[in-house]
Design a protein around this ligand. Sequence first.
Ligand code: GLU
Length: 317
Amino acid sequence: MKNPIRTLTAGIAGLGLALSIGGAAMAQQVSLATGGVSGVYYPLGGAMAEAWSAEVDGLTATAESTGASVVNVRLIQGAEAEIAMVQNDIAYYAFNGDEMFEGEALDKNLGLAMLYPEVIQIVTLADRDISTVDDLSGMRVAVGAPGSGTEANARQILGVHGISYDDINEQFLPFGEAVDALRDGSIDAAFLTAGIPTAAVIDLDATHDFALVSISSDRAAELEDQYPFYTAFTIPGDTYGDLEGDVETVTVQAMLVVSADMDADVVENMLSILFDDATLERLCDTHVRGCDVSLDTALDGMPIDLHPGAEAFYNNN
Ligand code: GLU
């Protein structure tokens, strides 16, 4: 005899997306993994999630605050998130099972779009005697949230200066907490990898005299040599009120990854909404780095394989 409950379930599944409860079509829920609330991933991810929920048939997207890049690729691999904002270096290492993912390729992470540059900012207070990365030896340093791309960058940058975590008092803090710790004097410097201007730094600027520590061009070249995702970059002196001039540092790129489990048609549709004029305007209004998002540059430096839905979209657009 047929199990009546089973039959009912199969019947509902058979109705698929046409099923409606109280008039609203039942939508696929997807989670968009971002970063800490004082970064740029979180607000821009929120704006994307809103656009996708409103415009992609059968999809409801929610932006979640997380520890950022390294955590995010693991969330995708574990099917706990479907879309994520991630640094290009971390996406590459994850997909290829390299660096911090040695021996465990997180191959469910597929490329969706490149977004904007993320700048390595080493923040300190003006009255601390820190002017170069070498001065960080022996100091209390916030290196980013546990599992962040920032933390990987901090380790690599300190590394090319001959400094390891044995030589500093490292603290794993998201941007907002790192800035609070600078304010209350419990740390001396903090690494942040994020689009500029970054809310946490603007916040510090409002109450304290701060400075950004530069990375010399020699060390930047050494970094680029060892880790090809870094690019030398100059932070313009007018980025924050307190800066006394331009600051030399390096950048990586922010990108979107999507789970290999996502349906190709849905992914294609998500990209057409992402690059729709109304969405681009919404992103640009949310944060100035959102103005960098564009179809023209969406594949520049894509470090991993594209999702088949993304491939279809870019072939047709
Ligand atoms: N790129 C940072 C990280 O992965 C997060 C940046 C942000 O939250 O805007 O650590």
